[in-house]
Design a binder for this molecule. Structure first.
Ligand SMILES: NC(=O)c1ccc[n+]([C@@H]2O[C@H](COP(=O)([O-])OP(=O)(O)OC[C@H]3O[C@@H](n4cnc5c(N)ncnc54)[C@H](O)[C@@H]3O)[C@@H](O)[C@H]2O)c1
Length: 268
């Protein structure tokens, strides 16, 4: 299998290093808007070469993995699926626009391309997926993050919230997943994943808590439905190289890649 990794930051770097050790992966094409990041990473790997855009090796590529940004995902999704190439998306918030998502899904179906979305930084997606086959009454995500993880989020900037003056756990946002994904594009991709699996972007309730003493990115997923009730709490270690991103997100991308290349579907 030949893969292209778009984005050589926190997730892309860990994923590329893991892919380099997976026997079934024969070639890794690396792409980053900061070309030197792709070059530095390629120099550390056995199977990697740098490309300038996703089109360059698309004919030779079996799977594109986006680990860059919502903008990058929106840009490459239509191109990749139209060529019938499979794609894995980490910036799941890119799928919040219903018209865009439907267009991409239709193109993917026509061109026999598959879109993979790893569980990312949240646990409990297995139970949510199963329970969504029946009636779901409530899906709620409560995300608690430290000051560094929330720095620069559009919501914080727009509201002029002085996050450094917050000294105790404080709820800073409550609303729909649709709004949360737009207002915290780098923080709550999991809200998009949960929405896609469960009751959609408008019925999924999201609460964002800023806890200045927190050293974890925590996600509490609460689900109620005809199956019963589920609460799943993940206390994530933030990546040292990007505190907005949880280490588990990179691990989920690596695990998804292994499932795809080995065609192993345990616990689906
Ligand atoms: N699904 C999840 O649960 C989950 C969890 C954490 C992060 N994420 C998302 O995954 C993405 C990657 O996260 P990260 O922590 O590795 O980010 P990062 O900032 O550490 O790295 C992103 C890299 O992508 C590059 N990049 C950005 N736009 C690009 C473009 N258009 N073309 C090429 N390269 C581009 C940047 O230069 C950077 O090197 C982010 O969008 C993040 O919000 C998802």
């Amino acid at each position: 299998m030949r893969i292209t990794i778009v984005g050589c930051g926190s997730i892309g770097t860990k994923l590329a290093k893991a892919a380099d050790e997976i026997a079934e992966v024969k070639r890794i094409y690396l792409l980053d808007m900061e070309r030197h990041l792709a070059e530095d990473l390629a120099a550390q790997l056995k199977k990697a070469i740098v490309v300038d855009n996703v089109d360059e090796e698309l004919y030779h590529c079996d799977l594109v993995i986006e680990a860059a940004s919502q903008e990058a995902a929106k840009q490459i999704l239509p191109t990749v699926v139209s060529r019938g190439v499979d794609i894995m998306i980490m910036s799941v918030g890119s799928l919040v626009d219903d018209g865009f998502r439907d267009m991409v899904k239709e193109k993917a179906a026509q061109c026999e391309s598959r879109i993979f979305i790893p569980s990312g930084a949240v646990c409990g997606t297995d139970g949510l997926r199963s329970s969504a086959t029946g009636r779901l009454d409530e899906v709620e995500l409560i995300t608690t993050k430290g000051t560094k993880s929330l720095e620069g989020a559009p919501y914080i900037v727009e509201k002029g919230i002085d996050i450094n003056s917050i000294t105790e756990p404080t709820t800073i946002f409550t609303g729909t997943a649709r709004d949360a994904v737009r207002l915290f594009p780098k923080n709550v991709n999991v809200a998009a994943t949960v929405s896609l699996l469960g009751v959609g972007f408008d019925r999924t309730k999201v609460t964002v808590v800023l806890d200045p003493n927190s050293h974890s990115n925590s996600h509490e997923l609460r689900v109620k439905g005809e199956f019963g009730e589920m609460t799943c709490h993940t206390y994530n270690v933030p990546s040292p190289d990007n505190p907005k991103t949880s280490h588990l997100a990179a691990l989920s991308a690596i695990s998804a890649l292994k499932r795809i290349v080995r065609n192993e579907w345990i616990g689906i």
